[in-house]
Design a protein around this ligand. Structure first.
Ligand code: 4NP
Length: 158
């Protein structure tokens, strides 16, 4: 069982979308018994809250189940997960401060393996227009597909 978590700032836009996307890919590949997929935020503002309605709308339009409730990453998540994907470099820095050094090798940038564009970050859409959310969807879909195929080959390595 591979245990994976996606981490952004608020846990209401980028990371819950990645979680729903990866769950769909895993289901389509009949691999649900082999994966546990979760998401969290480095911030605490949206604990227990549903995702941003703009992100839910785009996800559902694309047949994703957007049912996550916000949670904040804690130090024991370093133990609990095998792969921790940070949605941008700010969050990666914060994650590395929260979890123990012995688990730092599990922390990857979500766009580390991306084949398109020249940024390593999934842009924070929270204060953006709807087009920002559409852009996040495109980036998240492409990278979840790349990451799933690498995970299946045990090739998620730095
Ligand atoms: P996310 O977006 O990190 O992709 O969930 C944000 C959501 C909320 C806030 C910032 C970013 N906020 O400041 O409340």
């Amino acid at each position: 069982m591979k245990k994976i978590i996606f981490v952004c700032l608020g846990n209401i836009c980028r990371s819950p979308l990645a979680q729903a996307m990866m769950r769909k890919i895993v289901q389509e590949n009949k691999a649900t018994e082999r994966y546990f997929i979760d998401s969290a935020g480095t911030g605490s503002w949206h604990i227990g809250k549903r995702s941003d309605t703009r992100m839910i709308k785009i996800g559902e339009k694309n047949h994703l189940v957007m049912d996550h409730l916000g949670q904040q990453i804690e130090s024991y998540y370093g133990d609990a997960f095998d792969f921790i994907f940070a949605m941008d470099r700010d969050n990666q820095r914060n994650i590395l401060q929260i979890i123990d050094e012995k688990h730092h090798h599990k922390v990857f940038l979500f766009r580390h393996f991306d084949t398109v564009g020249d940024s390593l970050d999934v842009p924070d859409p929270y204060y953006d227009e709807l087009s920002g959310f559409e852009n996040v969807y495109t980036i998240v879909k492409r990278n979840c597909e790349i990451i799933f195929s690498l995970l299946e080959k045990n090739a998620v390595k730095k």
